[in-house]
Design a binder for this molecule. Structure first.
Ligand code: SF4
Ligand code: SF4
Length: 351
């Protein structure tokens, strides 16, 4: 049966309060496991503080052509939250003056926002060092109107970052839906054909791996080797880097953990793999995440949990980088997902 968003299913977990309640109660309330706050306090890392901004991540909307099993956004075709052109203009005003070196557009499928191309054209003019678009690949093959996206990305020198949970059809389709693997392979070939991901090319194409079940990702460097070998041998596909990302226990992945009775074991695994040296580099320390309606969050995960920034500046229209720097970051038990093993961020391991 096709996967449906929590929103569409009218699941109790579609509400962020319900998710936060689960993360605060049970094994964390009865003392079986330490809270994230208690854990980072052991090494005097509480409160976690934001440093200088390096990455501005903007979520253009929760609509997506896919409904992946573990999506932390609860994205899908039924989601109607889309950034308006007015809010995009407010973002552009900030992009022109930000000290951040990286601009990262995400969703949902950001390309489904009707103003996506206008926004990319305008944002590219700011000349930010690294301009990322998180593309799910299948969107490129979903409809004729998207077939020229690789050329569009090339024209604006966009860095493409795409999810690819495995190099086999079975594992990919299980997590992301029937037919996703074949469309993703075709899209990767389209990107390679114009230079994306090719050795020595400055048209950057990176892939993102996240585990298909209740387990932590393996070593990023050896997985990258395996992915490169398999995609090259089987499909003659090239890409630059693989980012291994831990699934955070929120949204559809939290729903999956509970339904499969893996929630407690997974939280034990995250706490056991806690790495105190990863704390100083978690992505909230150098990132601001902007939601489709312009509100500011410490990261995309806090955005989905509706945990706003702890700062007098709450919205992109009042943006002030100096006031955001040094803020205390809002944490909960989902943060263990960022500090397990080598750590995890939107750009892979952090240590
Ligand atoms: S492609 Fe990305 S945003 Fe869309 S459902 Fe899958 S994980 Fe979520
Ligand atoms: S979930 Fe967000 S706030 Fe928590 S550690 Fe990770 S990046 Fe920071």
């Amino acid at each position: 049966m096709p996967i449906q968003s929590l929103n569409k299913r009218e699941s109790a977990l579609k509400k962020s309060e319900a998710q936060l309640k689960i993360l605060s109660n049970g094994i964390f309330q009865n003392g079986e496991l330490p809270t994230f706050k208690a854990k980072i306090s052991e090494t005097q890392q509480y409160p976690l503080k934001a440093k200088k901004l390096e990455i501005l991540q903007i979520n253009l909307g929760y609509m997506c052509n896919q409904v992946c099993a573990h999506c932390h956004v609860d994205a899908g075709p039924d989601r109607k939250e889309i950034m308006t052109r007015d809010t995009m203009q407010q973002c552009l005003d900030v992009i022109k003056k930000t000290g951040a070196h990286t601009l990262d557009l995400t969703g949902g499928a950001p390309e489904m926002n009707p103003n996506f191309r206008w926004f990319v054209e305008e944002a590219a003019k700011a000349g930010i060092q690294d301009f990322i678009v998180r593309s799910n690949l299948t969107i490129i093959r979903a409809n004729k109107k998207y077939h020229d996206l690789p050329e569009f990305f090339k024209k604006h020198h966009v860095h493409v970052v795409s999810s690819m949970p495995h190099w086999t059809r079975g594992k990919t389709d299980k997590q992301r839906g029937d037919g996703v693997f074949d469309k993703s392979i075709q899209a990767l070939k389209d990107l390679n054909a114009i230079g994306y991901g090719m050795p020595g090319s400055d048209l950057k194409l990176d892939l993102v791996y996240n585990p298909s079940g209740a387990f932590l990702p393996g070593d990023q460097a050896s997985m990258e080797k395996d992915f490169k070998k398999a995609l090259k041998e089987d499909f003659n596909i090239d890409f630059h880097h693989l980012f291994a990302i831990t699934n955070l226990p929120i949204s559809r992945f939290l729903d999956y953990l509970i339904a499969s009775e893996n929630y407690e074991d997974y939280m034990y695994a995250l706490v056991e793999a806690y790495n105190p040296t990863a704390v100083k580099s978690v992505m909230c320390t150098n990132t601001i995440s902007v939601s489709w309606d312009g509100f500011l969050y410490d990261c995309d995960f806090n955005q989905m949990l509706e945990l706003p920034v702890n700062s007098p500046v709450k919205h992109i229209s009042d943006y002030n980088e100096n006031l955001l720097e040094g803020r205390n970051i809002t944490i909960s038990q989902h943060c263990y997902g960022c500090t397990a093993g080598a750590g995890s961020s939107c750009q892979g391991v952090v240590t």
